[in-house]
Design a protein. Structure first.
Length: 313
């Protein structure tokens, strides 16, 4: 019997809640964890390239980094590079070395960001500052009796959470793509991308550190799903597709709908989220709203008070 079966048949049933975190969570807390921030920092590994680097991953990333009008997403760029490059396995070896350099430098950069955040949280003024990310995390941990928290971020989510709310328990937190704490961050592209076979190692699932998680199963069981700062982008569709397919056909007695809350920054990011939801529901977004209790909540200052000041959202 599933959680969703239990909720309508057993008195006193406790809803099972999931909180899923993306990079927008860390950014909302004040950490500069966007890939663009990393690329423009002193931690960026490719600063002195020569002519012999032409056609390499390092050169490709540097060219894209210099285009300030383009969204700089490392994982999307890895997919684009591996899709369009024509090299043999032997020729690709240098690019895998470049990828290793990126991962090493990214780990060091994010560790510095995490350490700086924790240091700030030890000061009274910063610790009292409320943000949407803190607000959501506190409400989940304090108000939900049965919950799990999954993060797609590499920063140590439990360490961060403990700086925000002391009641946080380590056993409730799970990393999907590794963490800097465990020195196993997984940077790459999703399985659904068609790339040059010589770059098979660019797939996240090909990484030796890639491990199974219960996210897909927990999504299927969840009564309440909260997604904060995750774009639901193509590289992570494998984790969410089954869930949203189930949601558009989901029906329960007594109008007890599955609750879905998606927290995103502003109007533009909300539209991007809806574009992804349109893909994940096979162009049946109306069905998602019809069968579930869905709200997309904006976290920018103009809109955050409309939901942050309430006991629940």
């Amino acid at each position: 019997m599933t959680h969703t079966d239990d909720i309508q048949t057993e008195e006193g049933y406790t809803p099972f809640s999931l909180l899923i975190l993306g990079n927008g969570f860390d950014k909302d807390l004040g950490m500069k964890t966007a890939y663009r921030d990393f690329a423009e920092s002193t931690f960026w590994p490719f600063t002195n390239l020569s002519n012999k680097d032409q056609g390499s991953l390092a050169c490709f990333l540097n060219e894209r980094k210099e285009d300030v009008n383009t969204w700089f997403d490392l994982e999307e760029l890895l997919a684009e590079f591996a899709q369009n490059i024509n090299k043999t396995i032997e020729q690709a070896e240098k690019d895998f070395q470049d990828l290793d350099k990126v991962i090493k430098s990214l780990k060091e950069y994010l560790q510095a960001q995490e350490d700086e955040f924790c240091k700030k949280m030890d000061t009274t003024m910063h610790a009292k500052r409320d943000t949407p990310a803190r607000n959501v995390l506190q409400k989940i941990i304090r108000n939900k009796k049965e919950y799990k928290i999954y993060t797609f971020n590499y920063t140590n989510v439990y360490r961060i959470a403990r700086k925000i709310i002391l009641e946080a328990e380590g056993k409730m937190f799970f990393h999907i793509h590794g963490s800097i704490r465990d020195n196993n961050i997984i940077l790459g592209t999703g399985d659904q991308r068609e790339i040059n076979p010589a770059y098979f190692g660019f797939y996240k699932s090909a990484n030796s550190s890639y491990a199974s998680s219960n996210l897909v199963e927990d999504l299927a069981e969840a009564d309440e799903v909260y997604i904060f700062g995750h774009s639901l982008g193509t590289n992570d569709h494998d984790y969410f597709y089954d869930f949203f397919q189930d949601c558009i056909h989901y029906h329960k007695e007594n109008n007890c709908k599955r609750k879905i809350r998606i927290f995103t920054y502003d109007v533009n990011s909300e539209l991007e989220i809806k574009k992804q939801l349109m893909k994940l529901t096979n162009k049946h977004l109306i069905g998602l709203y019809a069968h579930c209790d869905v709200k997309i909540l904006r976290t920018c200052r103009e809109y955050q008070d409309s939901w942050m000041l309430k006991d629940d959202f």
